[in-house]
Design a protein around this ligand. Structure first.
Ligand SMILES: Nc1nc2c([nH]c(=O)n2[C@H]2C[C@H](O)[C@@H](COP(=O)(O)OP(=O)(O)OP(=O)(O)O)O2)c(=O)[nH]1
Length: 141
């Protein structure tokens, strides 16, 4: 199940996100394309956990679909999570770190991709749920 219901009726949306880390300690950010909710903001690659998937399986699928990068569930290490209420849903978003992947990230869905040092992430406007995640990446990298 990717969705559960909170008592106030707001659904909990489970989204898996990945900090892809390069040899230089930079993290890949992806800018949400125009027309989508939160358009123009920079986010971690990932997406909704579909029924029957583990969050790790979601990420293996999404990284291939969104940016043409291959990885394995064993290469995904949990780092922290976001828990944030948007107007119409409550986002629960585990953040994984992946340093072992194959292929060069390509924007397959019209996004702009950028490798960013965690200390520079404040210069890239991110969705409100993401701000508390940045210090964890600064500590790690
Ligand atoms: N992938 C990702 N999603 C994030 C981040 N921060 C954040 O609030 N979100 C939110 C935005 C969306 O509401 C949801 C991710 O859903 P998604 O990427 O699968 O869906 P979407 O809005 O592109 O919509 P869809 O067209 O795929 O249905 O989580 C983040 O860092 N990465």
């Amino acid at each position: 199940m990717s969705e559960a219901m909170k008592e106030d009726g707001k659904r909990i949306l489970l989204v898996a996100a990945c900090a892809l880390v390069d040899a230089d300690g930079r993290v890949l950010l992806s800018q949400r394309p125009p027309g989508k909710q939160l358009a123009g903001l920079w986010e971690f690659p990932g997406g909704k956990v579909e029924p029957g998937e583990t969050p790790e399986e979601t990420l293996v699928r999404e990284l291939l679909e969104e940016i043409g990068v291959e990885t394995k569930t064993a290469c995904l290490a949990p780092l922290t999570f976001a828990s944030h209420s948007y107007d119409d849903f409550h986002l629960l978003m585990p953040l994984y770190v992946c340093r072992r992947f194959w292929g060069t990230p390509q924007p397959r869905e019209g996004q702009v991709l950028k490798w960013v040092r965690p200390l520079k992430m404040r210069d890239y406007p991110m969705p409100p749920a993401d701000a508390p995640l940045i210090p964890f990446l600064i500590d790690l990298l």
